[in-house]
Design a protein around this ligand. Structure first.
Ligand code: NCD
Ligand code: ZN
Length: 347
């Protein structure tokens, strides 16, 4: 229940996170596990998590890296490739290894080199997913260099996603990390089996943030932030109370050296203050009473999973965000670095 000084909500989940592997994973995982009961773990490792065996092994590494006493549950995803076998995918879902499958158009973003080169190549896995109710998670950007980077999501809807949803009307689709009013419009017009996640950064920043006084690599992620009108459409959607929108941070840590480079990596590390960041937006929109739906209810209902037991609380207190966070030897700049959040997760 929101009051002026404290918000208590059912324990939330993160429906889109990059936990990486090895020491960096051990460094970043505690931030996700302290806020969220479950998370949909992205499979874009190198090599990608494209088989049930690989997912089981990765899940084991995540569980082994959890802080003592944590009951965090990683929900694994299968990275779709041109050669994904429909029967293997369905078996992984039936066995409870895979919660969903992820479509990365090849070369759309970090770790997508093995992605799908043509949606026609995964027609059989998609048809099977529709049959068995396995959600498809979509990185919705076209990749042809002729399409302006700020138009890639809108063009993807027109060329790929709208035809797909028409062809497979019962396929469960999560349009991941949406960034445009076009995406909101598409999700609104589609049936209840089409939903979307929204990141903190796309609710806070527009594309100017990447060029504020110089080039700002820590504001760069994919899909790239768009114009202000799109940010406003996303804020309206996220805080609307519609069950079609839910929390997915897309927290994507990269070493400072990989971001501050002549060719800086895409990805914003927002895990450390994710709930505080969302709460700020909901408060600014006068919608704190809708944070719980977005963070803790709409996601599990869409996925057909139980709501979490237990609660988390945010208190009105200053929470300064450090300039850099050490992910077990790798320095990473968090989202909101140097700012002071006005909510703090109660321990
Ligand atoms: C992600 C990453 O670094 O893995 N980067 C990003 O900008 N969001 C990949 C992705 O989700 O697109
Ligand atoms: Zn992502």
């Amino acid at each position: 229940m929101p009051t002026d000084t404290k918000i208590t909500i059912r324990r939330p989940d993160d429906w889109h996170v990059h936990l990486r592997d090895g020491d960096v994973m051990r460094g970043v995982l505690p931030y996700t596990a302290r806020q969220f009961a479950r998370a949909i773990v992205m499979p874009n490792l190198s090599p990608p998590i494209a088989s049930a065996d690989a997912a089981v092994a990765y899940r084991e590494r995540i569980l082994a890296a959890l802080p003592d006493g944590s009951d965090f549950i990683p929900l694994m995803t299968c990275y779709l490739t041109d050669t994904t076998d429909a029967a293997d995918l369905a078996a992984g879902f039936a066995d409870g290894v895979f919660t969903a499958a992820k479509l990365y158009p090849a070369h759309a973003t970090t770790g997508s080199a093995h992605g799908v080169t043509d949606i026609a190549n995964i027609e059989a896995p998609l048809a099977r997913m529709q049959e068995i109710g396995m959600p498809l998670l979509v990185h919705g950007e076209v990749t042809d260099p002729g399409t302006d980077i700020f138009d890639r999501e809108a063009v993807f809807i027109e060329r790929i996603l709208a035809p797909l949803v028409k062809r497979m009307p019962d396929l469960k689709v999560v349009f991941e990390h949406i960034t445009t009013a076009d995406a909101v419009g598409f999700v609104e017009s589609a049936g209840p089996n089409v939903a979307a996640t929204i990141t903190p950064q796309h609710l806070h920043i527009n594309r100017n943030a990447m060029f504020a006084g110089g080039i700002r690599p820590h504001a760069f992620c994919l899909p790239v932030a768009k114009r202000e009108k799109h940010r406003l459409a996303l804020r309206k959607a996220a805080t609307s109370g519609s069950p079609k929108y839910f929390l997915g941070t897309d927290s994507a840590p990269h070493a400072v050296s990989a971001k501050e480079s002549a060719c800086g990596c895409a990805g914003i590390f927002n895990a450390p203050f994710a709930l505080e960041s969302y709460a700020t937006v909901f408060e600014e929109e006068g919608a704190l009473d809708r944070l719980e739906g977005f963070a803790s209810e709409h996601g599990p209902r869409f996925y057909g999973l139980p709501l979490n037991e237990g609660a988390v609380a945010l208190e009105r207190a200053d929470a300064p965000v450090p300039a850099v966070i050490d992910a077990l030897g790798t320095p990473v700049v968090p989202f909101h670095a140097g700012e002071v959040m006005r909510w703090r997760l109660a321990s």
